[in-house]
Design a protein around this ligand. Structure first.
Ligand code: NAD
Ligand code: GLY
Length: 358
C-alpha cells in the first residue's frame, strides 16, 4: 500500500493498493467526519466492484445514485440528477459524496460536491487507470457543455482518494492503454527513472501484475501531487506541464468530434508532435523523439489518423486563445524527465510538424 499526501490546503491523502476498497467506509468517514454519504456511480462499475464498496459502508447512512455511462452524460442534466438525489437522501453541508468510477464520474460528482449547498465533502474512488493516475487527484472538477469540453467547473479538492488497483483488472485493454498515455506523459515531463521503469517492464504492466500496477499508479500520483501542490490553480505555469501533448492532442480530438480516437491516443500523437517540435527548437535531441514514440507504441497508442481533417486541426490551433502574434504557449520537453512551458513557440513550426505527422 502507498499513501501519498497532496500538500494543498487542507492536505489530503491518496491511498493506493490492492483491495483497499474493503476499508473505504472507515477511511472515508475518518477523512471527512461525515455521517451521511451518497455513492455516485454508473451501473457498469457498480456491477463489477460495487459490492465491496457497499459492504465497507455497513453501519454508515448511505444511498447509491446511478448516472449514465459515457462522456456524453458529463453534462448539466446528470449534474441536476445528482443534486436531486442529494436532496432526496437528506444530505446537508456535513455530508459526503463518494465518486465511484472513471474520470466522467469523478469530474461530475466532484463538481456536484463543489456546488451542492455551496460545497460539501467528497471522496474519489477512481476505478480506471486514467482516473487513478490523473483525474482523481488535483481537484479539477466539471462538466462538458455544447460550447466546449470541461467548460463549466471548479477547482475543488477531495478529502481523500482511494485507488484500489484490483479494480483495474476488469478494464479492457484499450481503456487500460488509454490511462497509460498519461502514465508515460508523467515520466516524460518529470521523472526519467519512472519512464525507464515503464519501458523496461512493459510485459509486467500489460499483464497487470500487482506490483507494477501499484508502482505505476503511485509513481504518477507522486508526480502529479507534487505539481498540484506547487501550482494548485494553474497560475505559475508548473501545472500547465501536465498538458504536455494536449495542445495538439485536443485539436486532433476536436477535429475528429471525439469519435474514432481515444483521449490517450490523441495525447500520444500530441506528445510525439510536441517532442518533434522540442527537437526542432533545440530543446532536446532526435533520440528523445524516438524514445517517446517507442514508448507510446508499446501500448498501441499511436494509430494512423486517416480520416482527420488537417485544415480543421490547423484552424483550431490558430484560433486558440493562447495565440499571440503567430506564437503560442506550448509545453516542450528538454529530454526525458524534464519539460518547460515556452511562451512563444512559432505556430508555423507547430503547423509543419503536425502536417509531417498526419
Ligand atoms: P470514463 O469515466 O468514461 O470510463 C471509461 C469506461 O470505463 C466507462 O465505460 C466506465 O464505465 C468504464 N469503467 C470504469 N471503471 C471500470 C472498471 N474498473 N472496469 C471496467 N470498466 C470500467 O473515462 P476515463 O477515461 O476514466 O475518464 C475520462 C474523463 O476524465 C474525461 O471526461 C476527461 O475530461 C476527464 N479528465 C479529468 C481530469 C481532471 O484533472 N479532472 C484529467 C484527465 C481527464
Ligand atoms: N489533467 C491535468 C491537470 O489536472 O492539471
Amino acid at each position: 500500500m502507498n499513501k501519498i499526501t497532496v500538500r494543498v490546503k487542507p492536505a489530503y491523502d491518496v491511498i493506493i493498493g490492492k483491495g483497499i476498497i474493503k476499508n473505504a467506509g472507515m477511511l472515508i468517514s475518518k477523512a471527512t467526519g461525515s455521517r451521511r454519504f451518497i455513492v455516485v456511480t454508473n451501473r457498469k462499475v457498480f456491477a463489477l466492484h460495487g459490492r465491496e464498496l457497499i459492504k465497507s459502508l455497513t453501519g454508515l447512512k448511505h444511498t447509491v445514485h446511478f448516472i449514465k455511462d459515457g462522456e456524453e452524460y458529463k453534462n448539466l442534466s446528470t449534474l441536476d440528477g445528482i443534486y436531486k438525489a442529494c436532496v432526496k437522501a437528506g444530505l446537508d453541508r456535513s455530508s459526503c459524496i463518494i465518486a465511484f468510477g472513471g474520470g466522467v464520474t469523478g469530474d461530475t460528482a466532484g463538481f456536484a460536491a463543489a456546488t451542492y449547498m455551496r460545497g460539501i465533502k467528497y471522496a474519489q474512488v477512481p476505478t480506471t487507470l486514467l482516473s487513478q493516475v490523473d483525474s482523481s487527484v488535483g481537484g479539477k472538477t466539471g462538466i462538458d457543455a455544447a460550447y466546449g469540453k470541461n467548460m463549466i467547473g471548479a477547482f475543488y479538492q477531495p478529502s481523500i482518494v482511494l485507488a484500489d488497483t484490483d479494480t483495474l483488472k476488469t478494464l479492457n485493454k484499450s481503456e487500460f492503454n488509454n490511462g497509460m498515455a498519461e502514465v508515460i506523459k508523467h515520466g516524460i515531463i518529470a521523472d526519467k527513472k519512472y519512464f525507464d521503469y515503464i519501458i523496461g517492464n512493459e510485459k509486467r504492466i500489460k499483464s497487470m501484475d500487482d506490483y507494477s500496477l501499484e508502482y505505476i499508479v503511485a509513481g504518477s500520483v507522486r508526480i502529479k501531487s507534487r505539481i498540484v501542490a506547487a501550482d494548485e490553480k494553474e497560475i505559475t505555469g508548473l501545472r500547465a506541464l501536465l498538458n504536455f501533448g494536449h495542445t495538439a492532442g485536443h485539436a486532433i480530438e476536436t477535429a475528429m468530434h471525439y469519435k474514432g480516437i481515444k483521449h490517450g491516443e490523441a495525447v500520444a500523437v500530441g506528445s510525439v508532435i510536441a517532442a518533434k517540435i522540442s527537437a526542432k527548437a533545440g530543446f532536446c535531441d532526435e533520440s528523445t523523439v524516438r524514445v517517446i514514440n517507442e514508448a507510446y507504441n508499446l501500448f498501441n497508442l499511436i494509430k494512423p489518423l486517416k480520416k482527420v481533417k488537417k485544415a480543421l486541426i490547423l484552424s483550431l490551433l490558430f484560433n486558440d486563445k493562447k495565440v499571440k502574434d503567430g506564437k503560442i504557449r506550448f509545453v516542450l520537453t528538454k529530454g526525458i524527465g524534464s519539460a518547460k512551458l515556452i511562451d512563444n513557440v512559432d505556430l508555423s513550426l507547430i503547423k509543419r510538424e503536425i502536417l509531417n505527422f498526419l
